[in-house]
Design a protein around this ligand. Sequence first.
Ligand code: 4NP
Length: 182
Amino acid sequence: MVPDGGLRVHKQREERRVSITLMHMVRVCFVCLGNICRSPTAEGVFQHLVAEANLEDHFEIDSAGTSGWHIGDQADGRSRAEAARRGFELTSRSRRFVRDDFDDFDLVVAMDGENVAELRSFARHDDDRSKIVLLRTFDLEADGEDVPDPYYGGTDGFRNVFDICEAGCRGLLETLRRDHGL
Ligand code: 4NP
């Protein structure tokens, strides 16, 4: 009988519990150009789907832009209006993607091919590059690769972005649930 055996087993159990928690925390960052239209929309839609599935404890969700043009800005009013119409809120503030984000996220989900090219230029090594994916690859019925930039268009474009983000985010969540046993 080891005198502190109970304590050691308790500590081992604690460590196992902590590592299981970490293993299941999936960190996702959505990225577009300005971080005011598409990536905040994808972030908000994904948060909404994760909450619906009661999986908030398993995900860390954020978004960023490859440019710094709108740092500190709320999501575009047209994106926020479309979110409100669908019953939820976009709360993010624009920030620029930084190289260290590759350390802080497991998956960097780009909205279009230009975002992918920019992100690849920030990447330091293959491990960073392997985290970059296009949102629409998770939508098996997608009719294109990119989430089209709605900024200079009308309301229809923002509606379309929401539908595309919803389909992509549903596929993404399904994939992550399967891969991580959630
Ligand atoms: P986002 O859209 O990349 O989906 O946030 C844009 C927002 C702003 C600009 C371009 C795209 N801009 O030229 O300022």
